[in-house]
Write a protein that binds this ligand. Structure first.
Ligand code: GLN
Length: 510
């Protein structure tokens, strides 16, 4: 019998909609897989913080019932299971954002992303682990224990969306949703050999997404293939009046683009290699995989041109001023009164004391670090020197992108400077952790789109097994169609050259 957990979302949907297999069987196979490999923190993959088995089976049964009664499926993904990052509110499940301060909180409403998934008939299996409030690049800053990388359990899965990425690579779910503020979808995708997409800012609603940095946050699809990501993209994206920065425009036709890419070539397309990304500081194996990827793109008929984005070099510094500034403001709402944790202070405790004690106990070290940085950067007398300067850099980076997209249809770089690093390696060194996001941050600052597609495997200085490398493909705002076309074409030629999908080479978790 086919192992249902090894199929793509497109294959599962075809089977469910033609009644070869039921949505309930598909959901059960994934729940069994989760029970088998996810384990407790410290042992299993630990991609999930909450598994909603009964709700998942009930939702799948409704899909089977509708199909059995002859109705058209609610969407092309109806009945397909999915893992949701624990930063989207869900009325029927806890939502913690990886933080102790939200332990036990039950949101009173669904995020728009959650509501869209339900309306599409997608089976939500549960909520996935993440760095606290999406701050981090390894999932080690989760208050609930680290998620392991299925390729090598001693390695991190990347972050902040390590749970969403590991759930895919461990075959616990064929689809997941992440959020990307500085790379949290793309870098975990690169580390786990999966596909991750950061849509254009405003493309996917932020309503009910617990805010990290509102001007940078963007939800997006994660999958094991480009086509699956495209199918999910079309479910998630679209105008939402409940999000004031939502784009009121047609969703790019990414499914059509992915299908065209997979069976076509890239003749006439210009691919820009960003001179400032991919050189010094990048692991040799990552660079080699990137060079091989360029050759494959050329083989597909694309013209490779070099472009320069001179201000990308200041992206990291600007990001680590803008993000903490927004964080310091957004996280002020966790005041011990409105949500989750409340630490009681002896009966003389004032509201201020309760608030201080709750924030002291409820936030982890990285979150506190950023709240302090941001509060400092916004303080009077320093605002112009820090936050004001960073906003100017942001404009310069947008201009670099605009100039580069005059010369090329898409831009490419390695997604991250290294492959997945060992658990514990960078957790005490914030700067080393921040450097993971060198290549992904410019896209968030500019509000443009980008994706990571697996490009190959490489070994690092720590030895051990070969680990996945990601190719980053960047597109202009609302340029997702060309990005998916390139991604799908690249995936097809890479699979042809490298004996099938890379994900097949992931170790069997036991
Ligand atoms: N790793 C980056 C950070 O720590 C990005 C996080 C994200 O995209 N949410 O801020």
């Amino acid at each position: 019998m086919t192992d249902l957990t090894r199929l793509t979302a497109a294959e599962l949907a075809a089977g469910i909609h033609s009644r070869e297999v039921s949505a309930v069987e598909v959901a059960q196979a994934h729940l069994d897989r989760i029970a088998e490999v996810d384990g407790d923190a410290g042992r299993g993959v630990h991609a999930f913080l909450h598994v909603a088995a009964d709700a998942a089976l009930a939702s799948a049964a409704l899909v089977d019932e509708a199909i059995g009664a002859g109705s058209a499926p609610a969407s092309p993904l109806a009945g397909v299971p999915l893992a949701l990052k624990d930063v989207f509110t869900t009325i029927d499940m806890p939502t913690t954002a990886g933080s102790k301060i939200l332990e036990g909180w039950r949101p009173p409403y669904d995020a728009t992303v959650t509501a869209r998934l339900r309306a599409a008939g997608i089976t939500i299996l549960g909520k996935t682990n993440m760095d606290e409030f999406a701050m981090g690049s390894s999932t080690e800053h989760s208050a609930y224990g680290v998620t392991r990388n299925p390729w090598d359990g001693t390695r991190v899965p990347g972050g902040s969306g390590g749970g969403s990425a590991s759930a895919l690579a461990a075959f616990e779910a064929p689809l997941s949703v992440g959020t990307d503020t500085g790379g949290s979808i793309r870098q975990p995708a690169a580390f786990t050999g999966t596909v991750g997409v950061k849509p254009t800012y405003g493309g996917v609603s932020r309503y009910g997404l617990i805010a990290c940095a509102s001007s940078l946050d963007q939800g997006g699809p994660c999958a094991r293939t480009v086509l699956d990501a495209a199918l999910l993209h079309e479910v998630l994206a679209g105008y939402d009046p409940l999000d004031s920065t939502s784009i009121d425009a047609a969703v790019p036709a990414v499914v059509e683009a992915a299908r065209a890419g997979a069976s076509g070539d890239l003749a006439g397309l210009k691919v820009g290699v960003v001179r400032e990304l991919g050189g010094e500081g990048y692991q040799p194996g990552v660079r080699a995989s990137f060079d091989a990827a360029l050759q494959l793109l050329e083989k597909l008929g694309a013209e490779i041109v070099e472009v320069s984005c001179p201000h990308f070099e200041y992206g990291l510094a600007a990001y680590y001023l803008i993000l903490p500034s927004e964080v310091s403001s957004n996280l002020a709402r966790f005041d011990a009164m409105r949500y989750g944790l409340r630490v009681q202070v002896a009966d003389t405790g004032s509201a201020e004391e309760v608030m201080a004690a709750t924030r002291e106990a409820g936030f982890g070290a990285e979150v506190k670090r950023r709240i302090m940085l941001g509060t400092y950067a916004l303080s009077s007398g320093y605002y112009d020197a820090y936050y004001g300067q960073a906003q100017k850099v942001r404009t310069l980076i947008s201009r670099d992108f605009a100039a580069a997209f005059e010369r090329a249809d898409v831009l490419v770089s390695p997604t991250a400077p290294t492959t997945a690093f060992p658990i514990g390696d960078k957790v005490d060194d914030p700067l080393a952790m921040y450097l993971n996001d060198l290549a992904t941050i410019p896209t968030n600052l500019a509000g443009t789109a980008a994706m990571s597609v697996p490009s190959g495997l490489a070994r690092d200085q720590h030895g051990g097994v070969e680990l996945p490398v990601g190719l980053q493909i960047m597109a202009p705002a609302l340029g997702e169609a060309v990005m998916y076309r390139v991604g799908a074409a690249f995936e097809a030629v890479r699979d042809a050259e490298q004996d099938g999908p890379l994900i097949r080479r992931v170790r069997e978790w036991s």
